[in-house]
Design a protein around this ligand. Structure first.
Ligand code: FEO
Length: 385
């Protein structure tokens, strides 16, 4: 299967299906791709490299597509090691190659690697371009999408946007799955904190005639580009994508879980779309994705050591870190002698931008009983108000 963009723009990236955790944290059961491209023209440009886990395979792909030619340039859009860690091997194999990026990238590369990348280099900034012959790369700054040095480039003859991490997705390229699901999980966990910066990039992209989006992870996007741009606009502006309630629970002996599930049943009986997550057992990156996806969220947690049971405390830490906002939140607490998790969760949620916490908090004192149903109904009324 070929992922080439055209005869002149070849795919030389690699799939990684053996990585256990992306960025040392995120489960990627379907792997991940490190995308890299080669532009063959009067001058030859390598577009990014690959993670060190795949240097050999990536170099083999490069050599094959070069067919004996020597690359003139390597464009580094992003210095993070999943894309730049094979740069050292590249410059050793092709010592005449010129590294093209911006000043911030050269500083970061010097921090990561014991090599002076500035010796044979061109530092570009927004508005600069690089002609390869028929093809021309136009550089656009995209700071914090997802590191400060990031640039994207627009190749004007074939109308390709090389979008760095933007529009990336978890999953190897030979996996046939829905883009939205794993692109959304990727977005909110990797880039989600930087909504304002993604919005800035979308505004710049709106002035370009884009035929193809070539990200650094996931499939090359060639059709229905409006859908992907619209999803990115929704996500980066913190607008809910799905009307409904996301319920996340952290339960010690299963009683808080029963209350969470009972609330889900109640809401579904009222026609509300609901997703439920066990924060101790389910993928927390997916929980974060759903928190941002849904218009409303209910947090249900036991009290533990006078505070919030730790799977929920960790999840709230993630929500704070990723800039959760602009949602209505309800709370269910549990505590056998001194319930405190509701108060602590309320404090955390109220500190977030444009988050409204329901006034009624469901308080369980150990088990979930039929007498708690009325309190649950009151929360269901308020969360949907
Ligand atoms: Fe895919 Fe931010 O690196």
């Amino acid at each position: 299967m070929t992922y080439d963009i055209s005869n002149d723009i070849r795919y030389i990236g690699v799939d990684d299906k053996t990585i256990d955790l992306f960025e040392g944290k995120y489960a990627v059961p379907e792997g991940v791709s490190y995308n890299s491209y080669l532009i063959l023209d009067e001058k030859v440009a390598v577009m990014d490299t690959a993670d060190a886990r795949k240097t050999g395979e990536w170099l083999a792909n490069l050599r094959l597509e070069l067919s004996g030619r020597t690359p003139d340039y390597v464009i580094v859009h992003h210095a993070e090691p999943d894309h730049a860690a094979s740069l050292l091997a590249l410059v050793r194999e092709y010592p005449s190659i010129t590294v093209v990026s911006n000043a911030k990238t050269f500083a970061l590369l010097t921090q990561f690697y014991d090599h002076d990348f500035s010796v044979n280099s061109i530092a570009v900034k927004e508005g600069d371009s690089l002609s390869l012959g028929r093809h021309c790369l136009n550089f656009i700054a995209a700071p914090m999408v997802h590191w400060p040095e990031v640039i994207v480039s627009y190749e004007s003859s074939e109308k390709v946007l090389f979008s760095a991490d933007g529009f990336g997705k978890f999953g190897a390229l030979d996996v046939d799955d829905e883009w939205d699901c794993e692109a959304r999980r990727y977005y909110f966990n990797i880039v989600g904190k930087y909504g304002a910066q993604v919005q800035a990039l979308l505004k710049k992209a709106a002035s370009l005639d884009i035929r193809t989006i070539a990200p650094l992870h996931g499939p090359i996007l060639r059709e229905n580009l409006g859908h992907y741009l619209s999803q990115y606009d929704t996500w980066s502006s913190y607008r809910p994508e799905t009307e409904g309630v996301f319920i996340a629970y952290a339960s010690i002996y299963g009683n808080t879980a029963k209350a969470a599930q009972a609330l889900a049943t109640l809401l579904r009986s009222r026609g509300v779309k609901v997703a439920v997550t066990d924060l101790a057992r389910d993928d927390r990156a997916e929980a974060l994705e759903d928190a941002f996806r849904y218009s409303r969220m209910v947090l249900a947690a036991s009290t533990y050591d006078g505070g919030i049971f730790t799977p929920m405390a960790d999840f709230i830490h993630d929500l704070e870190g990723k800039g959760y906002r602009n949602r209505r939140v309800g709370l269910i607490e549990n505590g056998s002698w001194a319930p405190m998790s509701g108060k602590k969760m309320c404090e955390a949620m109220e500190s977030l931008k444009d988050v409204t916490v329901c006034g009624h908090v469901v308080t369980l004192k150990s088990g979930f009983k039929s007498s708690d149903q009325a309190s649950l109904e009151q929360l269901a009324d308020e969360i949907m108000a």
